[in-house]
Write a new protein. Sequence first.
Length: 274
Amino acid sequence: MDFGISTRCFGTTRLSPELLDRLRRAGFGNIELHATLPGLDYRSRTVHREVSQWFRDHEMSPPSLHLPFHEDVLAVRQIDRQRALDEIKRCLELSGLLPLRYTVLHLGSTGQQYSPVHFEYAYAAVSTIQSFSGLQVLIETLDNGIATFEHIAEFKAAAQIAGVGICYDTGHGEMGEMGEKDGTPDVIHLNDNNGTIDDHLWPFEGGRDWPALVERLVLSSFEGSMILEGSNERFEQATSATSRLRDLWDDASNSIEEFRLRHKLPQPKQEDHE
């Protein structure tokens, strides 16, 4: 299991080498840079140089990059979509100084309804990101009618763009049918909530059924990264969560039947072959 952590945990505090050192000392070698202002000031070339130099100095694995989303790449007005893409390109200038593993892209806002025209706007956004940086683009599942497993898979099939995948966020609803027509996530953002707002609690601090999620991941043979995306600096909770998830994973891998019984998970329905 490849666990990582997002710099989202630092909130609005300006990201610095000192903060990155705290993540490294907490045992996290896989880092996702969360590009929201003023946390990661991607408009500052000084910040770009500081962050890039830190990764080189510590011989860290290349980070992933969660692209800014305060401007909407699916906005109705073309001028607003262009403003959003300009912000993303400013952020992607970091890739000229620092190798990146992949980018994570938001499509739409919370509760926004789907329209076929969104595919056209999404195509323009993904094409711009890839032509500017050459990076893989993972579309994050959101609590709206646009960035669902079904519509992301439909977009991938229609667009026929290589290097597009899915980032499943555990705080944004349930997962699609893994391995079926709705696709399998490439990366998972791990966070919890209590079912009302997107709290971004650490795993096991909210109401999510984690054994049920682990069951589905093990059965799907998921092998991607899992990025902890909490909203505070309680790293002891983050490391405790990774330990508990590893234990669940090992139990499910050893015997899925015993795992279901132990955690009171429903048995799969038997197909009627008669």
